[in-house]
Design a protein around this ligand. Structure first.
Ligand SMILES: [Zn+2]
Length: 264
């Protein structure tokens, strides 16, 4: 297959028809999205979240040793992220993914986002590979709590058992929860069509899900500004940023207001 860097109209039309047809005949559709989706397509507050904080890079902060060394500082960073996300709205890419789910009978979203913006846009069936900044986990007994308060009343937050709570996210060097991984792999193996959104921003194992789906017989549409290592295997490569390409694949329902669930 040959690729062109421009977004060819015939390829977009082909992909849009395949997506619509698959949704209409209740085929299984899986969307995979990277954490970049928010930073790039999101409002300015979210783009700030990708920047260094107190001269520390995200990879120095999302780290179990950093938490052990200074839990309060790591919590301050997450509290800051939670505030930025709370001030932001889901972007058009988030909203379109939610609208496809509202229309398709069999749909699942697998995401590396931890900010919950997909859910705020109306996505319901979401596999959060790397956890969520809106959940906390007891460092002692592993109990998980949802806590959406902004700001948090005390940092670092403590569990009812008195021990430290940590963000329920996957940090560097930590393994993904097996049941979450199984769910993602199962969705990839059983889908008819996969939308791989922002593939260059994906990390393993999410980055291999498009190939898993392809090997299992699915059609895979890649949406990414630049060609990737998996582009050669895709049925269609739509070069562009997700918030530019997705509205051409699936025109956004202008009646639906941002941040609200589309229910059907
Ligand atoms: Zn506890």
């Amino acid at each position: 297959m040959t690729h062109h860097s421009e977004l060819a109209a015939d390829r977009v039309r082909w992909a849009a028809q395949l997506l619509r047809r698959t949704a209409d005949r209740a085929g299984h559709i899986v969307a995979v999205s990277s954490a970049d989706l928010s930073a790039q397509g999101g409002e300015p507050p979210l783009r700030a979240a990708a920047q260094p904080w107190r001269d520390l890079r995200p990879d120095q902060l999302a780290d179990p040793q950093a938490f052990e060394h200074d839990p309060k500082q790591i919590w301050e960073w997450y509290a800051w992220q939670r505030e930025l996300v709370a001030q932001s709205e889901p972007g058009s890419a988030h909203r379109i993914v939610a609208e496809i789910e509202a229309r398709a009978e069999n749909f699942a979203l697998v995401t590396e986002s931890i900010d919950g913006l997909h859910q705020r846009a109306g996505s319901r069936k979401v596999v959060e590979l790397r956890g969520s900044i809106w959940r906390m986990r007891c460092t002692e007994e592993g109990a998980v709590f949802t806590d959406t308060r902004v700001p948090l009343p005390e940092l670092p937050p403590l569990c009812t058992c008195g021990k430290l709570l940590r963000p329920d996210v996957v940090w560097h060097g930590e393994a993904l929860a097996q049941e979450v991984l199984d769910e993602a792999l199962g969705a990839a193996r059983h889908c008819d069509l996969m939308l791989a959104i922002g593939t260059s921003g994906l990390t393993q194992p999410a980055a291999s899900l498009p190939i898993t789906a392809k090997r299992a017989g699915a059609s895979v549409i890649e949406i990414n500004p630049v060609p990737t290592r998996i582009s050669w295997a895709m049925d269609a490569v739509l070069a562009g940023r997700p918030e530019e390409v997705l509205p051409r694949l699936w025109p956004l329902d202008q009646a639906a207001s941002p941040g609200q669930a589309t229910s059907e």
